[in-house]
Design a protein around this ligand. Structure first.
Ligand SMILES: [Zn+2]
Length: 168
């Protein structure tokens, strides 16, 4: 194999490591923060064995870096370009699905540049622009870090919206 082909092989290997919905979700969760396995497990709807498998793949490909801090192991992205790449691909999706019902969801995340909103389920602060999920409940948009928080919210919106009102 010549060097020219080798570069494409390396590129394909990296994309392969990223090519899974849950691994992309992990990359998204790590965009502004380091997280432990336990924290990621709370945010993702994923058994720990599965999560470990995905983290091993991401670690091997050097997408994420694990660092020990006291007793905990924290994961973070190795490079900010993973976020840029993922955002750019979402722009392509937005363009592709602009006439589809999905567009409302994709568009809301991309267009909104307002400051932080709180995920009503886990309490994590997120920018609407980069929120993994947006959901309209009683004419108000809510933003979620990951699929598990959104499904928890949908199963019992009152639980999370009432808490929100009390805190005001
Ligand atoms: Zn959350």
């Amino acid at each position: 194999m010549n060097i020219y082909q080798e570069v494409f092989e390396l590129h394909a290997g990296l994309l392969k490591a990223l090519a899974h919905p849950k691994r992309l979700e992990i990359v998204h969760l790590l965009r502004d923060q380091s997280l432990t396995v336990g924290e990621m497990q709370d945010m993702l709807d994923l058994p720990q064995a599965n999560l470990s498998q995905h983290l091993t793949i991401l670690r091997t490909a050097k997408v994420v870096i694990a660092k020990k801090n006291g007793k905990q192991i924290y994961y973070r992205l190795s490079h900010g370009n993973f976020i840029k790449a993922s955002d750019l691909l979402r722009c392509v999706l937005l363009e592709k699905y602009k006439d589809d019902k999905l567009a409302t969801n994709l568009n809301m995340q991309m267009a909104d540049l307002l400051p932080s909103e709180k995920d009503p389920v886990c309490g994590m602060y997120i920018a609407p622009k980069t929120a993994a999920f947006a959901h309209i409940h009683q004419d108000r948009p809510y933003y979620f870090c990951a699929s598990r928080c959104l499904s928890k919210f949908k199963s019992d919106p009152a639980k999370y919206t009432i808490i929100k009102e009390e805190k005001r």
